[in-house]
Each structure stands twice: as C-alpha cells, then as structure tokens.
Design a protein around this ligand. Structure first.
Ligand SMILES: *[C@@H]1O[C@H](CO)[C@@H](O)[C@H](O)[C@H]1NC(C)=O
Ligand SMILES: *[C@@H]1O[C@H](CO)[C@@H](O)[C@H](O)[C@H]1NC(C)=O
Ligand SMILES: *[C@@H]1O[C@H](CO)[C@@H](O)[C@H](O)[C@H]1NC(C)=O
Length: 270
C-alpha cells in the first residue's frame, strides 16, 4: 500500500541524488522481498522517507494469537456499503491490485466513514492466525476525509475458487501478457465492478493499530483482519503471481513485533 506517484517521485529523487545511472538497467521498485540489499530487513535504510519501516513501533503485519486477543466488551459492527464502481486492474511491480475510479462506497468504523480507494493481494498472507500463514491475503484500503487509513485484511486458504477473482480471470491473463516497460505500471480497465462479493457480513474480526506493510510503512493504520478465512483456488493465486517478476511473486512482509499493542476481537455472537 503506497501512494505510487509519491513513491515514483521519491525514487527519481533518490536516483538523482545518489547519481545512479538508469540508462541501461531496468530498475525495479526500490524495495524487494528476497533479502539481499533491498529485502524487508533493509527497507528502512533504502530511503529517508522509508525510515518508519525500521524505527516504527506499531508495524504490520503481526501474528494474531487467539488466546492473547482481548475481547471487546462492546460489539461494533464493521459496516461496509460498497457501490458498483469503475475500476482498473494494476500491476505496480510489487503487487497486483484494483484501483477504483468512481465512488466505491464506505466502511464505517466507530461512526467515521472511510472511503474505499484500492485493494491489492499479497501471497503468501502477511497476517497470521495462531502462527498459520495462509496462501493469500486481500487488503481493502480505505481513507477517511481527515487522511486516516483503515484496511480490511481477508485471509484465504486453498479450496474452491474465489468468486471475485473468477470475475477478473481474463483481465488477469491479459495483465500477465503486458510487459511493463521502464518500470511503469500496467493497467487494464475493468469497467464497472460489483464489489458486493467483498462486503459479506462481518460478524467477527480482529482490530489493532499498525502500519502499511510496504514502504514507507506509515503509521497509524487501523487494521481489521476478518476472522473467517475464505477459499481461493490454487490457479487463482498463480494467476495473481503471473504478472509479477520473480522477486515479487512472494510479496509478504515478515512478521513485526507487537511491542505491547493489543489486538481486540469483535464478535457479534459466539
Ligand atoms: C464508468 O465509466 C463510464 C465511462 O467513462 C461512465 O459512462 C459510467 O457512468 C461510469 N460508471 C460509474 C458507476 O461511475
Ligand atoms: C457515511 O456513509 C453512509 C453510507 O453511505 C452515509 O449514509 C452517511 O451519510 C455518511 N456519513 C457521513 C458523515 O458522511
Ligand atoms: C515463494 O514461496 C514458496 C513457498 O515458500 C516457494 O516454494 C517458492 O519457491 C517461492 N517463489 C519465489 C519466486 O521465490
């Protein structure tokens, strides 16, 4: 999750200031997942604007240990009212996602409206439940009028096909055929998307305050990780990885320490 325009200009600025020649190399995004010079342990050193990745005390993802979560006394529902909206499928180099172009609707958290801005997939999952890492995680990124961010994380295990990914199968194949020249994003129009499949009633979820899981790792982000793990077919996960280069096919940030943070469980009934 990152503002791409900002990150590209930061990238350019960095290249100018350190004088790296880009003439003959296809530079990837600055950060990577495979270790080496730009792996997750080094993100905070890659750019001054990424320093929170190293110094932040409220970083994501985390392992959600069910025996240690605090059950909230009051149930606050996670209301999401999504609209059909125009959307674009995007490969930004480090993940595949969907940006919404028109009013996609809101999530209401503690009486505050957060508008859905974009969603993207990570594989394998970033959050874990009781130490279990799942094959895939979807992040639905919402922003409120005051700039604050709240993300819904949905975990997927291998099983029957995910109906939402089934709808964009052809476009994902098309995206995989596009070669991104010069580190540009690849875009495929999706027309009008019905997001209802993503807004199923949420009776149980975990909430904690964390960060973006990609540089600049900004805090705070109000995380809502749904307790119910959904199903995805293996070939759907492969289709999401296909457009990405080898370094980004596995794009899951390692677990971050809780540093005393509390994860709260919101459950309607038990
Ligand atoms: C989607 O875009 C088309 C073409 O630009 C436009 O006619 C249509 O009204 C848009 N739909 C929504 C829901 O914004
Ligand atoms: C929040 O969103 C809901 C659903 O769209 C809407 O009815 C309500 O008026 C919004 N509230 C504010 C303060 O914008
Ligand atoms: C991604 O992770 C899986 C499971 O750990 C591993 O089998 C695979 O080789 C990795 N792929 C890449 C491109 O690193």
């Amino acid at each position: 999750m990152i503002n791409l325009k900002a990150s590209l200009s930061i990238l350019l600025l960095t290249l100018l200031t350190v004088g790296v020649s880009t003439a003959d190399s296809n530079i990837g995004p600055l950060f990577g997942y495979t270790g080496g010079n730009n792996g997750p342990e080094k993100w905070g050193n890659l750019n001054p604007s990424y320093s929170t990745c190293k110094t932040g005390k409220n970083q994501s993802p985390v392992d959600i240990v069910k025996s240690q979560v605090a059950r909230s006394r009051t149930f606050k529902s996670l209301t999401r009212i999504y609209n059909p909206c125009n959307a674009t499928l995007i490969n930004n180099g480090f993940n595949v996602g969907i940006h919404v172009e028109s009013d996609a609707g809101v999530m209401v958290v503690d009486g505050k409206n957060y508008t859905l801005e974009q969603m993207h997939w990570h594989s394998p999952s970033e959050h874990r439940l009781n130490g279990v890492q799942y094959p895939m995680e979807l992040h639905l990124v919402h922003k409120a009028g005051d700039g604050s961010t709240s993300v819904v994380g949905i975990l997927y295990q291998y099983g029957s096909p995910d109906p939402f990914l089934a709808k964009i199968k052809d476009e994902l194949e098309e995206l995989a055929k596009e070669t991104c020249a010069e580190n540009e994003e690849a875009h495929i129009g999706l027309g009008t998307m019905d997001l209802k499949l993503l807004q199923k009633q949420t009776r149980k979820f975990f909430r904690y305050v964390g960060s973006f899981t990609t540089p600049p790792c900004s805090e705070p982000v109000v995380w809502n990780v749904l307790a119910r793990v959904r199903n995805v077919a293996k070939d759907q996960v492969e289709a999401l990885k296909a457009p990405l280069s080898a370094e980004y096919k596995n794009n899951s940030r390692p677990l971050q320490p809780l540093n005393g943070r509390r994860v709260e469980l919101y459950a309607e009934v038990d």
